[in-house]
Design a protein around this ligand. Structure first.
Ligand code: AHG
Ligand code: MN
Ligand code: MN
Length: 332
């Protein structure tokens, strides 16, 4: 066996050793996310078979025909994380209100916020989807009576963040504030193996990623920015890529460089993406990998949230493209 093979569990334990006095509960909490990711990916991989297997009476699948995958993913994450003593509060795109984890353990000192299935409209057409998560520490003096106070913290307070992409492989990317690391699921042994150590976002890329159908409603600086990239005025000729699953669009941007954006639009004047469980984890990963993330005005990680499901514009990408947008904004 190759001794350089490292599983995500071993990696998390190594990271934890950087914190003297760590008890292991943080690692155990993260293992709740990896376990859920494996269960979600196995269901995602079966998505196209649900109807035919259901119709021939495969019990385990038939019972769930009606259940949407995002609801399933939400239940799996909630269930895995609720059994971790370190977790006190959960918040999800699929739940209007935060969940106070019923064990009410005095050791509970973390809140986990997630989008259980991102890009769910892509499921029916066999295109990549994802999961995002953000972990915050309970602020001093706050108890279970005020779960919002565990959650409404700016993204710079995240102690860990990451995502899973269910693409041609299942890949989990995470950070605990010490660089960004990617793990690919080996389905034959059911383990996430370190495949992308210490990911750095290229300084500049050649792709921009945005839903250009909405461009008539974008604030003018975004159209100037897109025009400049289209004309090759930022030093390189650009091509466009847009999947419509933020996690997948961002994963490409992280590895190849470039920029992903969801600016304000006519239907979503404040942006469509959610600050706490979409923009914040993506922004932390981007910054940890040497990229930048803003809402068009401010660093995403400095935005003080006011509500759990609040939306934000998101512009995230390589240093060169992000600086160019900033320059265009200053000149306007
Ligand atoms: P979700 O499936 O969690 O609701 O998120 C969908 C989001 C995001 O993944 C993607 O970037 C965006 O919606 C695409 O929106 P448009 O179809 O408006 O481009
Ligand atoms: Mn989403
Ligand atoms: Mn979702």
């Amino acid at each position: 066996m190759n001794s350089s093979i490292l599983t995500i569990q071993q990696h998390i334990l190594q990271e934890q050793q950087r914190f003297p006095g760590a008890t292991g509960e943080f690692s155990f909490m993260l293992s709740g996310i990896t376990l859920a990711a494996k269960r979600i990916q196995s269901k995602v991989r079966m998505a196209g078979l649900v109807e035919i297997l259901g119709s021939v009476g495969e019990q385990n699948i038939q019972g769930e025909v009606q259940q949407k995958l995002d609801v399933y993913a939400n239940e799996v994450l909630t269930h895995s994380l609720s059994s971790r003593e370190a977790v006190g509060v959960l918040a999800s795109e699929e739940n209007e209100h935060p969940i106070v984890v019923p064990h009410l353990s005095p050791n509970a000192k973390y809140a986990v916020i997630f989008d259980p299935l991102d890009g769910s409209s892509n499921i029916d057409v066999n295109v990549s989807v994802g999961t995002t998560f953000s972990i915050l520490r309970k602020p001093d003096g706050v108890n279970f009576e005020s779960p919002e106070r565990w959650l409404l913290q700016p993204g710079r307070k995240q102690i860990a963040a990451g995502y899973v992409v269910y693409g041609s492989s299942t890949i989990m990317v995470y950070t605990v504030g010490n660089g960004v690391h990617g793990f690919t699921l080996d389905p034959s042994i059911g383990a996430f193996l370190l495949s992308h150590p210490n990911i750095r976002m290229p300084k500049q890329g050649t792709y921009y990623s945005v839903n250009e159908a909405y461009r008539d409603a974008f604030p003018p600086e975004y159209n100037t920015f897109i025009e400049r990239m289209r004309r090759g005025e930022i030093g390189k000729p650009y091509a466009s890529r847009y999947i419509g699953s933020m996690v997948a669009d961002f994963h490409r941007t992280l590895l190849k460089g470039g920029v992903f954006m969801y600016p304000p639009t006519a239907t979503h004047p404040k942006g469509k993406l959610r600050l706490l469980y979409e923009a914040n984890p993506i922004a932390m990963i981007a910054e940890q990998a040497g990229g930048l993330a803003t809402d068009g005005q401010r660093r995403i990680l400095d935005v003080q949230p006011e509500s759990i499901h609040q939306r934000t514009p998101l512009i995230v990408g390589s240093e060169t493209e992000m600086k160019e947008l900033e320059k265009i904004q200053k000149d306007m």
